[in-house]
Design a protein around this ligand. Sequence first.
Ligand code: ZN
Length: 200
Amino acid sequence: MYAYLIEHPDGLILVDTGVGEGNELIDALYRPERRDLSEAIARTGHRLEDVAIVVNSHLHFDHCGNNRLFGGVPILVQRVEYEAAHEPYYTDPSWVDFPGAFITQLEGDHRIATGVRLLSTPGHTPGHQSVLVDDDQGSILLAAQAAYTVRDFAASEIGERNMATEDKATWQASLRRLHGMQPHITYFSHDAMEWRPPHP
Ligand SMILES: [Zn+2]
């Protein structure tokens, strides 16, 4: 699972926080190998303490597990996602509603800083969101789990791993929407490869 750090002049923006610790069921089922988030951020030359905003693409356990390291920091989530996270077996709720959590619930698209926009991309979950970052070449897209793989994204397909989803039309619409943003590079939560548009 990949988290992304945006170096913005107004402060660091962290997109997703990885798998948390202390949930026996998750450890037994998934056997996660964790990377220390603080060390990962340090390798970029920054400090975890300097993260100004946390964005959760969605609240599954592998995306919000280290939110607890960010007490008092605004955590931006879609409102419908926050509501879904309180359904049984959706996530570890203690990784969402920890003491000091400063959750900001959003409805739909939201500009969070100059050149940084959250895009509502439901499908994988009811309140999934992606992040579009402007740079000097156009836009960089952090699709997160709007697609599992580059292949799924390139084909605008939901992909085999998500055939169980009930809301294929919504998912498909989100993928089309992301392509419409014409990013010059796109990154994912669960694929190390990035997507670039084919050259004409
Ligand atoms: Zn997920």
